[in-house]
Ligand binder design. Structure first.
Ligand code: ATP
Length: 695
């Protein structure tokens, strides 16, 4: 059936179309030049019939109300009946779909209510799930949003915003919840630590997005937040202690965390290092403990094994020649030309250098020709020859290591973490944890992250564990061992549904240490900007540059000033800086609580007073960090000179609560000391540099 304008009307009328007909579930409109089919889906199902002086016209609107079609010059007597016939056809078409919609609407509304009225923080994963369900349900009816809205306006008014996303509503609901929850737990927050938690710490404890990162500078209470969050989850009955997994880097850190949680929260929380977790997973699946090589586990065994491998290598003429040739152009840490080979092989520094490369090569999982290829593509063209030469020295050590593991049927940490990750991914190990928490997240390596991701994806789509990580990109100091700080700075891109909370107040150190440390770290524009203020304000300078051989005197003075017990940390770039007089000082001034450790080991620690030792040229920053093979094996390169060493120095400075002494020799202060003096940092300078000897 068709309704068409007469020839005169077609000639006189200025409408878009001059003829309308009913097609198969569509309208067919003809203009002078073309025919257009409008599926019922695209039409809003209404016709405005207008009467003109001579003729009638139809006005039809698209389902999304964006477009209008007009048919002019129609014979008026037939207009109404024709329009009714079209509407009847449309209603018949729509009836089946609307029935489907009617069947689905109660469930759609129920799901919306159960999401929107759920107690607690509204997570993005549940939001996405709801959105997906509503989208699919509507699609299954065959109706467009507009049509569904026009047939069931009341019910659909509630559904429509959720199909759009309704992000603003969720944000508002979450911020209202946060306000109420903060209020509800206010006195608990006041008393949990010796001092009340501040607003940003409270927020960090409460927010419960799928993936949460607390990103904050040194001494802002990240560890306090981690402990408080575990306590809150249990106190709020969100989980049992056994459902929390707390991951720490290193056994010592894990032990300290375990003690702290045991004392403050519960000793049923699982605290693990990545390695102990890997062992547990493998043991659960294979029913026996994985056999981890003593070379991996024990520093002494490792040193012995490395000495043996090096000695064997040097016994071969070709290999010995390769080492000698390398040393004519480049240095190797711990390798001193004047030492005998026997002594060389036992050098701690050399062993550390060899081991670090073995680990990095293992983490890369590449064969020799792939490594050569990446050296050839390395940005730093001038370093490529050195990298290749180092690879030639170190590849045989790596191969020897692989063979050693194979011969003894043992694995190392890399393999262990990878195997554990596979078991979780394959569902052979079902993690019992609902909340995975990670301390020092900035030091995460891709392998460890893969394990965390596997844990957080276990449990099916509806029951995934939540990740809560605390970290500070300013304190990322394990790039040399395979960590990748980009995994912290790119947290959101990596995880999607995530929330990042920043903590703005640092409690450990006073404002004068803060001024020096914060300015120093931010010289590198690639570090994330953080507004950090010190809780303890002071005007008196709190960083002193000191001649190394005056430490004795300074300690004596400090000892006479301090009447009560205090803590003092002597920090070295590495163990070589352990002072010979350490024991003597400890015995002479026990109330100073003097301890020595490396800057790396001091991570997470604090003391009233800190002496950073031997900040001299060639020591701190450690040289050659960016020009050897390691630079090619490590995570993406960094353009800023000594970026990681700068972060390490920041870690050292920020261990102190009251005062820091940066100690150097006047003849050879390092670039860091020179920068503190020359760039006008607020420090007390007691070093008179001897310029003539500084070449
Ligand atoms: N709200 C607070 N009020 C007062 N002191 C606090 C508060 N929060 C934390 N502290 C104290 O600040 C110090 C640093 O806290 P914590 O060790 O948790 O910081 P952090 O961010 O983990 O430090 P870093 O990253 O440097 O290891 C601790 O002595 C802690 O007790």
């Amino acid at each position: 059936m068709r309704l068409t304008a007469g020839w005169l009307a077609q000639w006189l009328a200025q409408g878009d179309y001059c003829s309308i007909a009913l097609g198969e579930n569509c309208l067919v409109l003809d203009s002078q030049t073309e025919t257009e089919e409008i599926p019922f889906d695209d039409w809003d199902g209404a016709i405005d019939v207008h009467r003109g002086v001579l003729w009638g016209s139809f006005e039809l609107t698209s389902a999304d109300q964006e477009y209008c079609w007009t048919v002019h010059g129609l014979p008026w007597q037939q207009c109404k009946a024709f329009a009714n016939m079209l509407l009847e056809a449309y209603r018949n078409w729509a009836q089946g779909r609307v029935e489907k919609l009617d069947n689905l609407l109660p469930e759609m509304l129920k799901r919306i209510d159960s999401y929107a009225e759920a107690e607690g923080y509204l997570r993005e994963s549940s939001h996405r799930q709801l959105h997906r369900y509503l989208d699919n349900a509507l699609a299954s009816t065959g109706l467009t949003r507009e049509l569904a809205g026009s047939f069931r306006p009341l019910a659909f008014e509630k559904v429509e915003p959720w199909l759009e996303g309704n992000e603003e509503w969720v944000e508002e609901a979450n911020s209202q919840w946060l306000e109420k929850e903060t209020e509800k737990w206010s006195s608990w927050f006041d008393k949990f630590e010796s001092s009340p938690l501040n607003p940003s710490q409270r927020e960090a404890v409460l927010i419960n997005q799928d993936h949460n990162l607390v990103l904050a500078g040194a001494g802002t209470g990240k560890t306090s937040v981690l402990v408080a969050r575990a306590a809150y989850l249990i106190a709020n009955q969100q989980c049992q202690p056994e459902e929390i997994l707390m991951l720490a880097f290193g056994r010592k850190a894990a032990e300290e965390m375990s003690e702290r949680l045991g004392a403050k929260v519960s000793d049923r929380i699982k605290v693990a290092t990545f390695h102990s977790l890997g062992t547990q997973i493998i043991k659960a699946v294979e029913s026996e403990m994985p056999s981890v090589s003593p070379v991996t586990l024990d520093e002494k065994e490792r040193a012995k094994w490395i000495a043996q491998v090096l000695t064997e290598q040097w016994e071969t003429a070709a290999s010995a020649k390769r080492w000698q040739k390398h040393l004519t152009q480049w240095r190797i840490p711990g390798f001193k030309a004047e030492n005998s080979m026997e002594k060389q092989a036992k050098s701690e520094q050399l062993a550390a250098w060899v081991w670090r490369h073995i680990e990095l090569i293992g983490q890369r999982g590449a064969n020799k020709s792939q490594l050569v290829e990446s050296i050839e593509k390395h940005d730093n063209e001038s370093a490529r020859a050195r990298m290749k030469s180092e690879l030639a020295l170190l590849w045989p050590c790596y191969r020897a290591y692989e063979q050693h593991l194979k011969a003894n049927k043992q694995i190392d940490f890399n393999t262990m973490i990878q195997r554990a990750t596979e078991y979780v991914k394959e569902g052979k190990f079902m993690p019992p944890w609902q909340f995975v928490m990670v301390d020092e997240y900035q030091d995460i390596s891709p392998h460890r992250l893969a394990l965390i991701e596997a844990l957080c994806h276990a449990g099916g789509k509806d029951n995934r564990p939540t990740l809560f990580a605390v970290g500070d990109d300013w304190q990322a100091i394990y790039r040399f061992a395979g960590a990748d700080v980009n995994l912290t700075t790119g947290f959101e891109q990596r995880f999607g549904a995530s929330h990042i909370t920043e903590l703005d107040t640092t409690y450990r150190f006073n404002s004068m240490i803060g001024e020096v440390a914060n300015a120093f770290i931010q010289q590198n524009p690639n570090q994330l900007k953080k507004g950090l203020t010190s809780f303890k304000k002071q005007k008196r300078k709190a960083v002193t540059l000191l001649c190394q051989d005056l430490i004795d005197q300074e300690l004596a003075q400090l000892a006479s000033q301090q009447k009560g017990e205090v803590t003092t940390l002597l920090l070295g770039r590495n163990n070589n800086q352990r002072p010979e007089k350490l024991k003597q000082w400890q015995e002479k001034w026990p109330h100073l609580g003097i301890n020595f450790m490396t800057c790396h080991a001091s991570k997470g620690r604090e003391a009233d007073f800190v002496f950073v030792l031997d900040v001299n040229r060639g020591v701190f920053p450690a040289p050659d960090r960016d020009t050897g093979l390691a630079a090619c094996l490590q995570a993406r390169g960094e353009s800023f000179t000594d970026a990681e060493e700068r972060r390490l120095f920041y870690v050292a400075l920020t261990r102190a609560k009251k005062h820091v002494w940066v100690c150097a020799e006047p003849q050879k202060p390092s670039t860091f000391v020179n920068e503190l003096i020359d760039d006008g940092y607020p420090v007390m300078n007691k070093i008179k540099r001897v310029k003539a000897k500084q070449k």
